[in-house]
Structure formats: structure tokens, C-alpha cells
Design a protein around this ligand. Sequence first.
Ligand code: ADP
Ligand code: MG
Length: 256
Amino acid sequence: MKEKIIISVRDLKKNYGDFEAVKGISFEVKEGEIFGLLGPNGAGKSTTLEIIETLREKTSGSVMVDGYDLDKNPEQIKKIIGVQLQTSGYYPGLSLTELIELFGGLYNRKVQPMKLLDTVNLRDKAKAKFKELSGGQKQRFSIATTLINQPRIIFLDEPTTGLDPQARRNLWDLITDIRSKGTTVIITTHYMDEAEILCDRVAIVDAGRIIALDSPDKLIDRLVATGFERPKEVKKANLEDVFIQLTGHALREENH
Ligand code: ADP
Ligand code: MG
């Protein structure tokens, strides 16, 4: 892995009125990694992401993205990042192709809708409207929209929440593919199995502070070193394995 630092956050704070949602967090993201922000609801993950994405004002601290200072060059930062747009922006009457063209226009980019839909395995749905998609397809389309401006970094805030196990796996493959093309990925999730599989490093955020930051492997080793032991697993599979085994494999299309 390349060791260039692409995002650097220093002592970031965010207050909403008197409430300190983010209490001085610092972390760095390396270029080409999948970096996870984990933590309970209300920990400050989305606030942190939205500040880096230039969508929310910070109270204090510094944020550098690919050498650009958020305070001085937010426009430059916007050009190199991909953000999942609110689904409310997906005009209900437009097809996926039309939506991609529309968003391409917003970014001032010439886009090839079919090529982009291929990336997320939605070519068959080119003429469908957003509201006609399954949950997994909606998330894949939403990820496609982050790629329109060929960003260096994409931000995914709980992209797999509410998806069935299969759709979740499809999304893991998609995110891995995106990263393998060199794009840095920052993701939040409540699924620890997902973070363990996908993320090179994770920051665990609690009540506005980072309480741990390392690779999943190292965090687990550190816990084990304290003498922690899981209750013995008696079976070699779990119910999720049964589900996946019975209902098909990772790349099965949800609509077929
Ligand atoms: P997470 O994404 O980790 O669940 P958020 O960043 O959404 O957490 O929220 C962090 C805290 O800030 C929560 O307590 C939330 O209620 C509060 N918060 C988020 N947005 C606002 C806002 N616009 N106004 C006031 N409080 C907010
Ligand atoms: Mg959130």
C-alpha cells in the first residue's frame, strides 16, 4: 500500500449550540485505503464526514484533503471527492440514465451512463426509475453517483444499513473493486463483520472522541492479549452462512 496521507484531520471540534458533538478528533487516512469510522449512533461520525465533505461548518480544528486546506480551498476539495447525494435529490420521474446525465451536468462532467451503470452492475436497470429499484440496487446506484466526477476519495455513510445479507456482500465486492482502482474509501458501518472484512484501518468513535484507531487485526490482537476470550464456538457455521448457502451466492442479482 502507498503511504501517502490523503486526509489529515487535526483536533476537529463541532458544537451544535452548547452541545459538543465532536470533541477534538485527529486522524489520517492513507491514499488507497478503506478507512472505517465505527461507533454508536450519535458518536459524531456523520458530522465528521460531512465536515470533510465541505457540507457542514466545523467549530475548530484543521482538515487537509490531498494537500488542500478545507478553510482555504473547499472548491478544490469538492472536485476530488465523491459524496453520496441525498436520495431525495433523485427526481422520481427520471430513469437511472437520465439521473446520471443530470448529475454529470451538475459536476460539469461528460459521463457515460452505461459504463457507470456497468461498474455497479445496473446496466439492466438503465431505463428504470430510482423508486423502482430494490434496496441493494438503490445503494449501488447511490455509490455510482459518487463516482461521476472520477473522485480520488469517496465517502460512504452506512451504505449497507438495512440491506439483506446478499446485497451487503454485493456492496462489499463493489467497494473493494472501487478501491482496487486506486480510490480511497471512507466508510461508516454498524456491522463489525463488514468492517473486519473491508477496512484496512478503523477508528472507533464514541461520544465525539476517537477511542481506538488501528487495523481490525491489531485491535483484535490487543483485546486478546488482555486475556479476553470469546465463548467457545461449537458450530462451524452460523445462520447467516445457512441463509447465503440457501439463497445463492454473492453476485446473484437481486432482481433475477
Ligand atoms: P453519528 O453519525 O455517529 O450517528 P452524528 O454526527 O449524526 O452521529 O451526530 C452526533 C451528535 O450530534 C448527535 O448527538 C446528534 O444528535 C447531534 N447532531 C447532529 N446533527 C445535528 C444538528 N444539525 N443540530 C443539532 N445536533 C445535531
Ligand atoms: Mg451517522
